[in-house]
Design a protein around this ligand. Sequence first.
Ligand code: RFL
Ligand code: PHB
Length: 397
Amino acid sequence: MKTQVAIIGAGPAGMLLCEILSQHGIDCVVLEKHSRAHVLERIRAGVLEQSTVELLRQYGLGQRMDQEGHVHDGMKIVWAGRESFFIDVKKHLGKQFMAYGQTNIQEDLFLAAEQRGAKVLTQVENLQLMNLTSTHPHVTFTHNGDASRLDCDFIAGCDGFHGVSRQSIPPHLREEFEKEYPFGWLGILSQTPPLRDITYANHPRGFALASMRSPTLSRYYIQVPTGTLCEEWSDDRFWSEIKSRFPKEMADEMVTGKSIEKSIAPLRSYVCETMRHGQLFLAGDAAHIVPPTGAKGLNLAVSDVFYLSRALTAFYRQGMTQLLDEYSETALRRVWSSVRISWYLTNLLHRFPGGSDFDQRAQEHELDYLKSSHHAQAALAEQYAGLAFESSSAPIT
Ligand code: RFL
Ligand code: PHB
């Protein structure tokens, strides 16, 4: 097989890249390790930044999102024994967010790919990236038991944190920045009406978050120690724990019900520099991971895809290599901004095992400062909203 761009991974990064490139007349093939059902079942992100929403609309992917998604203006912070406050992103920046599940985005992207007749191969095994520093790289893999080879001009590594793409960059050419947190998030999805606002709670028993997918679908999380197993958490235990971490009036408002999904995600910050090696370009979780506290992971995958699709389009239309050469540096500026705010919010809102009285007081002071300072709230709002995409450094015709 031969194509222009081989895309590894059919997560949101890979499928969105496929859709944008296809709309620009660039041929691509997506190679995905898991089944389509597996990819569509994963419950993950839910909060879209305005730039993400606008990009999806621009490429005709906004119809269902605009019908079913829930627009909101910011987020609430509550913590034990103190008054809650709202970080009003709309007031400070004129930007809003959309609560719309990653699961739905994946469905929309698979539907668009199907309608376009895009080439998406699932259940691909033993994938290897070859000849990355030549102008003719290729990918080898097994599909339906047959050994196959895909020749291409470029490879987009969109295969998530555990994929093979990043590992194909020789270790001495990669600089890695990593931080692991000694806890994870236990999340449930429940067919019950959510609280009005996305609400982050800091409590002596640990962090908790109330979020939403639709007016009838709620998403809740609690901080749990690393090593916790889902089986240890019945629905009753979960509801009683999350209620204990919210102020009474909010706990009383929570509508409980049977969970329809329950999973645990570890928390980690990670950045790989560079995001390019020869003809291989990394995008999304393949290059960086953020703890979910800032709701940034999916949005970063989308901004990487924006920069990469623009660079590839400029190459195929104009023979321009400048944007490809600048891709890693440009994408990483936005990545680090989101990595920093996710790290900041994680430190601000979680209880760290073994944390000292000093750490605790400093955290409380930070929260008091945030609550009382218009400037601090504006700064947080700006970062929580996500940076605008940078305009191109060269004219695109
Ligand atoms: P994905 O979604 O991991 O997709 C990668 C795809 O590559 C496939 N793959 C391979 N394919 C071929 N060969 C191989 N060797 C392969 N190895 C892997 C995988 O099967 C998969 O289909 O990465 P992508 O596309 O970069 O997208 C990233 C997002 O999924 C991720 O950043 C977000 O889900 C993070 N995240 C959130 N992001 C937000 O922007 N807002 C949120 O509100 C938000 N909440 C969250 C989150 C992530 C969470 N978890 C579970 C980590 C909440 C949680 C709990
Ligand atoms: C979610 O709705 O899944 C969600 C919301 C806010 C976050 C992380 C996840 O910070």
